[in-house]
Design a protein around this ligand. Sequence first.
Ligand code: PNW
Length: 497
Amino acid sequence: MWSLVLFVVIGLLGSESLVEAGNCTIVAKGNLIFPKDFNFGVATSAYQIEGGWNADGKGVSIWDEYTHNNPDRIKDRTNGDSAAESYRLFDLDLKALKDLGVKHYRFSIAWTRIFPDGFVHSKNQKGIDYYNSVINKLLANGIEPMVTVYHWDLPVGIQKFGGFSNSLIIEQFSDYAEELYKLFGDRVKTWITFNEPHQICKSGYGSEKTPPMVGAPGVGDYICFTNLLKAHGAAYRLYQDKFAKKQKGQVGITLDIWMVFSETNNKTDIDRAMHYNLGLLAYPIFSKTGDFPPILLKEIEKSSFDEGRKRSRLPSLGEYWTKVIRGSSDFMGLNYYTSRFIKPATEPEGENPSTERDYNYQSQPDKNWPRAKSDWLYCIPEGLEYLLKYVRDEYDNVEVKITENGWSDDGELNDDKRIKYYQSHIQAVLNAINDGCNVNSYSAWSLVDNFEWNQGYTEKFGLYSVNMKSPKRERIPKKSAIYYKKLIATRSVPNGL
Ligand code: PNW
């Protein structure tokens, strides 16, 4: 039923050729070859692949502490202590990157490897040497480094002061970012300040799902979002003031978003839902006026007063910060994995208060959408095309980079479902480009199987399998790696292998 609805919805939206909606396939529309300036790459993050959690003077991050203190919280009781051992064995990753023929590699820097307690006076030369070597080897092989400054592994030394609960994070983070620009900015030309604010703030502050397990729904999450946006804005301005002229790089942010479809194709619902999920972060940075979307400011203030509070749980950013944050990104990084149908909630959703209750939609997948190993991940490529068109129209066709997109399974080498996922999603990107969307980069998640946070090693996203039983951690290409290599070489979307 939902698939049929989706078909109708898409028809109404004017993308009449998306006829196989809901089946993890998508019809090619327009030019079949990617534009010359479009780049393909792959993505990883430090904690998920590096291992060497205490090697060579590295400090302790909140993920080190959390996995060590709470093994029960990780599905297979594992951690990232050794993971794919990329700290020791980066050359294996380099070989895989070369085999694939990627133009860029998106990876993150472990804050504690360079500044063990998080503050920039505590420099660790061995950590600096490691990232210098990674960057130099990439460049020597014609692969551009795309660096995420923060992918969730906050130093415990910073968490002590409250992490994203405390506005001190603004200077703590921007000091750290400034050091990275100084150390690596002569060679790194694409910076991503934060990966997935929703995951950082909702899981870590609005709930207790991930460290630092603050668990303050509807309050802690909004405080985190606000401080994170300010820290991002400050780090962007610093680059513009001190480095941009000489280093000529780009600084952006990566937002995570599930696209939404409305059962009744109610545009008001789609717009409202998009302001609540994407707009919460995108509107302050990319809209003409800045600050949080007016509808959020209004509705959340009203609920807050109704709850008897003295002030809103989501206050305006104020004149100064609105100005700092507006325009503070040279591109919008998007992690797209999946979509949901939404409809207005009949009963209040979630705890009181909570971001779910503020959002006030029921959200569910279509039962016919193919599901990955991860229980939240359904293959719905139409969502990506639709998202890119939404961003084109809502945010003045800002430059977009897809910084993650991928599929989880048990780790089989014959990973046909992953191939189907990549085929349909990369086609969705090409369709969007053919329809005037300003997207110029795609990073597949992920290069290698890695530590999938609370799911441990039970959900695998890699193009390469990693032999976890061997200290050599051999990388073995899956069928999808061969598919992606062919796609990159032909700059088109092959129909299978
Ligand atoms: C992203 N969800 O996380 C992260 O950037 C990666 O580190 C991670 O490995 C990858 O996607 C795959 O999960 C997410 O529940 C984690 O919706 C969870 C969700 C989305 C993204």
